[in-house]
Design a protein around this ligand. Sequence first.
Ligand code: MLC
Ligand code: AMP
Length: 505
Amino acid sequence: MGNPLYDRLFGIHAGKDTPFLHLHDGRTLTHATFLDMAAQIANALSGFELEPGERVAVQVEKSPEALALYAACTQTGLIFLPLNTGYTSAELQYFIENSGAKLVVCDDAKAQGLAPIAAAQNARLETLNADGTGSLTRRAMGMLPAFEPVRRSEDDLAAFLYTSGTTGRSKGAMLTQANLLSNAEMLVQQWRFTRDDVLLHALPIFHTHGLFVATNVILASGGAMIFLPKFDLDDMLRLMPQATSMMGVPTFYTRLLGDDRFTGDLTRHMRLFISGSAPLLAESHERFEVRTGHRILERYGMTETNMNTSNPYDGERRAGTVGLPLPGVELKVTNPESGEALPEGEIGMIEVRGPNVFQGYWQMPEKTAAELRQDGFFITGDLGCVDEDGYVHIVGRGKDLIISGGYNIYPKEIELILDDQPGVLESAVIGVPHPDFGETPVGILVPEPGQTPDLDAILAKVQEALARFKHPRKLIILDELPRNTMGKVQKNALREDYKGLFTKD
Ligand code: MLC
Ligand code: AMP
């Protein structure tokens, strides 16, 4: 039985002196060196007396060691729970408590703030910094560079990823080894990844896109990554000629297109550009082709399902669509009220089923039941239709979600804080178009009678509670919120009124 996720992503590279990670500082780590590092960390983890299936909450900067920690969790049967590096202590407290993590790994700079939270949970705290130093790697250094993977099956849980919800509370999506493996191996085929590929990797590794799509696909194919700490335009332009492929959120593409130094010459060595996590404007798609001669391949996925649809590698890559359901993934469009399947071409709720679909939300049976049907179909919350050629179009969201630069923001989480502030009667947070991030949150406040809320003090409160990317870029005071006859706030009307705040039209 072995440990399928470890064996098929990592173990297959044992002893190979082939390049795996090309680093920002010019160093290259081979597969063998990386696996040695992972085994040393696995040996350190096994000294912590954790049982397979326990959660390891990880909030660390992107580094080879951070990736080796993912491999080590797989090897030791621990559940990897990566967290956005922007989260505040208040946000982290929830994730650590909710997941019941027994090991927390963070940057030295965050250790003091997290120590009481970890202690309250009886969790061990170790550190890992951006440069690979920290208590975890100090322990690992003296360990043997070999570790016999703990036996696991494809049905065992491998990772939790937290995803926010319409009620404001995040939910831990439980993903099995099979969820991750089936998607990664199928994408290698679909997108034709081979050991000759070099992926320009500038995404964070705490989300589906950077970890389970980009990294797992490269691991499964035996290729290499140019592994950058973050998206930096100068680095991207400098290193692109050494890559064969890139995966990015739409902001990557608009930033590249916004720079005159980005020319077709730089992309001559590239065979594939992939976009996802947020809608790519058809205009960006077309401008990119004019500039480089490459047609971006757009795909659609989510935390709970990994990848669901993709434009074809060979066939037509259709701008403004997310392509066709991937092999093994069933997709239907249903009436959001009745759940009945709709005829071809009609707009409704997108539902998906397949080996990629998660197991449910950790310890939230009601939320799981509300979104994951008994028959295995997951109700995505995305509205769309399927055209006569089978291409899926996403036309909107049934869920009240804002996507800023590929990060999801649920308005409720911000509204709960705004509503609590002195002088505020109620609030509504909406997403408006933004030239760089695609969308950005704006907060509309209704004051209590006779009050004038202090906007600076309110922003300071939001900053204390929430990660930077969730902060409203603007707060606006209105006498009242537009409501329909049922009394429901008409966010569409607000979005219409403020759509030009950050764009010319
Ligand atoms: C950073 N900031 C953001 C932001 N990223 N604000 C809003 N939205 C974002 N996405 C903050 C910074 O903290 C900074 O704060 C300010 O905004 C401007 O920063 P910047 O230097 O312009 O941002 P940068 O660091 O360059 O990051 C932008 C980005 C990054 C787009 C490159 O956010 C990114 O890599 N996004 C990818 C997200 C991703 O991987 N999503 C996949 C989810 S999985 P200050 O204080 O300086 O103003 C998923 C499923 C699927 O969705 O289908 O893939
Ligand atoms: P997350 O919960 O962070 O995984 O985000 C998943 C959501 O991102 C999906 O439900 C969609 O709303 C959105 N998304 C992902 N890829 C695309 C895409 N190519 N086009 C439009 N929306 C997308």
